[in-house]
Ligand binder design. Structure first.
Ligand SMILES: Cc1cc2nc3c(=O)[nH]c(=O)nc-3n(C[C@H](O)[C@H](O)[C@H](O)COP(=O)(O)OP(=O)(O)OC[C@H]3O[C@@H](n4cnc5c(N)ncnc54)[C@H](O)[C@@H]3O)c2cc1C
Length: 232
């Protein structure tokens, strides 16, 4: 899996701070933005977020490329509606080798499961190729492809939606592959806009408790998780 922050709104913290000042200043953001340095901008962002005024961070957007991830991951990712997506098309790009599939660790660790998985994928690959040779269009041959099929997707979210996405998808309850991708996305945005993503992470990190109730995994240790995300 490759996760790369491709691009983001220039000076995202200064922009969001200038937007925040618009609500309480007589003059407009075009003037306030000139007086803001990073330190002041971060102070303003921390203050407005502490009031729960999250709409100001919607002005900053972040675009990522997720490459070599499974269709199982992207199917879950695109459930997040306040985002823009562009995904590799199975109508145009053919699958031809076993390298085009994601193999979960649990399957890698069991000899028997691994053998079964690989044999099934080999059979699927072979059938897929045969369908193409029979002039079946890729858009129909792909009906045989599994959730494990690798894909690339570009996703853009604003900082508010990203924080919500991290609440849900950095959580231990989320499927491992999407959790890994979300955690790496958070690591990268923290580097470029730390104030926008301060205390961001799974719900327990941001809000101090787990809303999952009986669904909370028994292995979850909130103190350890908090420490991990503090040092991400
Ligand atoms: C651990 C886990 C298990 C899951 N299991 C399942 C499952 O078994 N089956 C399943 O179908 N899904 C499942 N999901 C997906 C989940 O139900 C959501 O579809 C997904 O997480 C997107 O979250 P969202 O709707 O909050 O966010 P987004 O689409 O990212 O939206 C962000 C926020 O905007 C607001 N919003 C967006 N659209 C609307 C709207 N139309 N109306 C009102 N408010 C809106 C809401 O406040 C929402 O929280 C699971 C998710 C997780 C994290």
């Amino acid at each position: 899996m490759r996760v790369k922050l491709l691009s983001y709104t220039p000076n995202p913290e200064i922009l969001c701070a200038a937007a925040a000042l618009t609500s309480s200043r007589r003059r407009g953001a075009s003037e306030s933005i000139e007086e803001l340095d990073l330190e002041k901008a971060r102070r303003i962002i921390r203050r407005v977020l502490s009031y729960g005024h999250y709409s100001v961070i919607e002005h900053a957007s972040f675009t990522f490329s997720l490459e070599g991830v499974s269709r199982a991951l992207t199917h879950q990712l695109v459930r997040h509606r306040l985002a823009s997506y562009t995904q590799q098309s199975q109508r145009y790009v053919a699958y031809d080798t076993l390298e085009h599939y994601v193999v979960p660790e649990t399957i890698k660790q069991s000899e028997e499961a691994k053998k079964l998985f690989e044999e099934t994928l080999a059979k699927i690959s072979e059938t897929y190729q045969k369908l193409l040779e029979l002039n079946i269009p890729k858009e129909d041959a792909r009906f045989i492809l599994p959730n494990a099929a690798k894909t690339n997707i570009v996703v853009t979210m604003n900082a508010r939606e990203l924080r919500h996405f991290f609440n849900l998808r950095c959580c231990q309850r989320t499927q491992w592959e999407l959790r890994q991708a979300a955690t790496e996305m958070l690591r990268q945005v923290k580097r470029v806009a730390p104030a926008l993503f301060e205390n961001a992470g799974p719900y327990c990190v941001e809000f101090g408790y787990c809303p999952e109730g009986k669904m909370k995994p028994s292995t979850c240790n909130i103190a350890e998780i908090k420490e991990k995300f503090k040092n991400l």
